[in-house]
Ligand binder design. Structure first.
Ligand SMILES: O=C(O)CCC(=O)C(=O)O
Ligand SMILES: [Fe+2]
Length: 327
């Protein structure tokens, strides 16, 4: 597709996109205009960052964040902020530690800019203390590595203004730069446990490590999503599934890194606004049968059952479960 594509070509492209979204919920995106060298440069810098000593990487966490993580592990409490460096094994999916480390950046939107009152609206959704935690989660600043020195400039050029901003309005996007050492033999848990993504869609840059990312097919079996040079992998999130009454699939996926030395991936999670009220679109045809995905959070279950939710509630519930051993 280009600006000179014919109406027929556009229709064809729209049809195949619709097909991908309603069958697997995953597709490759090529010809996107992001220079391959910039993607590769960020993978290189991420590998250099993750190779730094633990003590240097830990410097990227605020004390508050470390305290919070310790507290959540001990008490399964809620995240006060989800930004900054996350150590190997600290992320949890389905009660298992994920064998990955990461740095998370969220959209720099202040809680004053969103309608927090909506979170307390009738029927009562959240208590004042919960809303206060939500506010802290939103307002915490991003933290950037000092080493490698070019990291911040390179990452900002990659994921902010130049490439995606015009698509996002007040999107509460998140970028997660992830490092995966190979899984040890007999390890319990995966590199990233089975999950669906949270929001609209995810634009993922894999490095060249083979056979790591897997997507679940409708029969329950798992298919590899091989890296393709210069292409992004796009997969849909829970909110797109709610909007379309399940016609578009937020597909379960997972990572098992067994073939490479150290894999990096860079995920851009394009999400609705923090205070966006999400409800099935009137134009979406009725599904006529139970929704295929399980609602992994109470707000999501409400949306999938045809009700409404606020994106921030769902995000917060899912992020909380990423520190939860179900204790
Ligand atoms: O690293 C990958 O290939 C995927 C990671 C992922 O699914 C996630 O962080 O949500
Ligand atoms: Fe994911």
């Amino acid at each position: 597709m280009s600006s000179s594509s014919s109406a027929l070509q556009r229709q064809e492209a729209a049809r195949s996109l619709d097909d991908a979204c309603s069958s697997v919920g995953f597709f490759y995106l090529e010809g996107h205009g992001v220079p391959t060298q910039e993607i590769q440069q960020l993978h290189r810098l991420a590998k250099r960052f993750f190779a730094l000593p633990e003590s240097v990487k830990d410097g990227l966490e605020s004390t508050e964040s470390r305290h919070f993580i310790e507290e959540s592990i001990a008490m399964s409490s809620q995240p006060a902020q989800g930004r900054g460096y996350q150590r190997l094994g600290e992320n949890v999916t389905l009660n298992q530690r994920d064998w990955q480390e990461a740095i998370d950046f969220f959209a720099p939107i202040h809680s004053k800019e969103v309608n927090l009152n909506a979170f307390a609206a009738e029927p009562a959704r959240m208590r004042d203390e919960e809303i206060e935690k939500l506010q802290q989660f939103m307002d915490a600043p991003n933290v950037w590595p000092n080493q490698p020195a070019e990291f911040r400039a390179s990452a900002e050029a990659y994921f902010s203004k130049d490439f995606f901003d015009h698509l996002t309005n007040q999107s509460f996007w998140c970028v997660r730069v992830i490092g995966y050492p190979a899984l040890r033999q007999g390890a319990v848990g995966l590199s990233c446990g089975e999950h669906t993504d949270y929001g609209c869609w995810t634009i993922l840059a894999q490095d060249e490590t083979p056979d790591a990312l897997e997507v679940q097919l409708s029969g329950g079996s798992w298919a590899k999503v091989p890296p393709r040079a210069g292409a992004f992998v796009v997969n849909l999130g829970d909110m797109l599934s709610v909007w379309t009454k399940g016609r578009y699939k937020a597909t379960r996926h997972r990572v098992r890194q067994t073939k490479g030395d150290f894999r990096t991936s860079i995920a851009f999670f394009y999400e609705p606004n923090f205070d966006a009220v999400i409800r099935p679109l009137d134009v979406a045809p009725p599904l006529g049968k139970p929704h295929p995905c399980e609602g992994s959070t109470a707000p999501l279950a409400r949306g999938l059952a045809g009700g409404e939710l606020i994106y921030g509630e769902h995000l917060f519930a899912k992020v909380s479960s990423n520190f939860d051993f179900g204790a």
